[in-house]
Design a protein around this ligand. Structure first.
Ligand code: NAP
Ligand code: ZN
Ligand code: ZN
Length: 351
């Protein structure tokens, strides 16, 4: 297949810093859209993957799945996009499209495994892995490309493609809305979007943070109440009080202490993906008929719904724009929680 060499930013080993790499993109096929990438968000999953913390990374890796840019070329059979339009790509670039889950707009749970934007087998080029959005451009089948409103700040939209949909999907699935008390745990990229979205859906939002310095911000983002989770006295006040909790924490933490904050029939859903197991005490679930659940990103149709919801409610991510050469430093700051609340790379800096 015809290919084109482009510049990207990635790494060849778990311990090595990210640097400029040359990668190949396929030439635009009949159903493909080629996007010049303008901004790409930095998700904690990029760091987990680049450093092989989930033990499946194939090197070299080019992370990045919060991609926004402008369409520069389309294939002959592309129906829904035009050259010159804004477009977005999130965590997936393809799936089998035939299994029950794909047919139900749940491509993220494809029985064959969805093709992720980076580090999945590239079925077009064969024998190599997909490369993500820390790059000049990307070529994606239009079925996995999203429409982006030009009403919102484009750089602030980029994180919606992962942090936005990953929090929107479970909030919708567990029917979060008016009259409900919802807990959001961890104010990072995902958590800060969870606060904004849960608030926009009409819930009473209680935020749990380990960072005292984020309490005022949490209120500005939409929290009705903020709890310092390291203070047992503050935590005790919320026992059996919440209908739903969305856990957005990237590292090990005590799940029981959050399960005990749920009312009868309440659910705690994990979207944060720490590498080590998280122990749960049986009685935290039994006494209260509580559920402990998980959720992965969201399907393509739901991602478009979320982007439209954000355009309607004027919701974007709170970001810090960086150049590509600041990515390694940004990873270190991410580990320290030193970001309010998402790094976004200005891809012009790669040129
Ligand atoms: P992030 O920006 O680094 O935020 C993580 C937050 O977790 C921090 O801001 C901090 O919040 C809290 N935290 C960090 N270390 C902690 C510790 N040791 N104890 C308690 N709290 C701690 O990360 P992110 O990009 O939002 O991603 C969060 C997690 O979700 C990652 O594991 C990522 O891989 C995963 N993820 C999952 C999906 C999915 O589909 N399920 C999609 C995207 C990302 P406070 O300072 O407020 O305490
Ligand atoms: Zn992500
Ligand atoms: Zn499938």
């Amino acid at each position: 297949m015809e290919t084109k060499n482009i510049k990207a930013f990635g790494t060849e080993a778990a311990e090595a810093p990210l640097k400029t790499l040359d990668i190949k993109r396929r030439a635009v096929q009949a159903h493909d859209v080629e996007i010049e990438i303008l901004y790409c968000g930095i998700c904690h999953s990029d760091l987990h993957s680049a450093r092989n913390e989930w033990h499946g990374t194939i090197y070299p890796i080019v992370p990045g799945h919060e991609i926004v840019g402008r369409i520069v070329k389309i294939g002959d059979h592309v129906k829904n996009f035009k050259v010159g339009e804004l477009a977005g790509v999130g965590c997936m670039v393809d799936s089998c499209r035939e299994c029950e889950n794909c047919k139900n707009d749940l491509e993220q749970y494809c029985d064959e495994g969805s093709i992720l934007t980076f580090n999945s087998p590239d079925k077009h080029l064969g024998g190599i892995q997909t490369f993500g959005g820390y790059s000049e451009s990307i070529v994606v089948d239009e079925s996995f490309v999203l429409h982006i409103s030009d009403k919102l700040d484009l750089a602030g939209v980029a994180p919606l493609l992962c942090a936005g949909i990953t929090t929107y999907s479970p909030l919708k699935h567990w029917k979060v809305g008016p009259g409900q008390k919802v807990g959001i745990v961890g104010i990072g990229g995902l958590g800060h979007m969870g606060i904004k979205l849960a608030k926009a859906m009409g819930a009473h939002v209680v935020v749990f943070t380990t960072s005292l310095s984020k309490t005022e911000d949490a209120k500005r983002l939409g929290a009705d109440e903020v709890v310092l989770s390291t203070d047992p006295e503050q935590m005790a006040k919320y026992a059996k009080s919440l209908n739903f909790i969305l856990d957005c924490v990237s590292a090990e933490h005590n799940i029981d202490s959050y399960l005990n904050l749920l009312k009868v029939d309440g659910t705690l859903t994990l979207v944060g993906a720490p590498m080590d197991p998280l122990p749960v005490t049986s009685f935290s679930l039994i006494l209260g008929r509580r559920s402990f659940a998980g959720s992965a990103i969201g399907g393509i149709a739901e991602t478009q719904e979320m982007l439209d919801f954000c355009a309607e409610h004027n919701i974007t991510s709170d970001i810090e724009i960086i150049g590509v050469n600041d990515v390694n430093n940004a990873y270190e700051r991410l580990l320290k929680g030193d970001i309010k609340y998402r790094f976004v790379i200005d891809m012009a800096s790669l040129k």
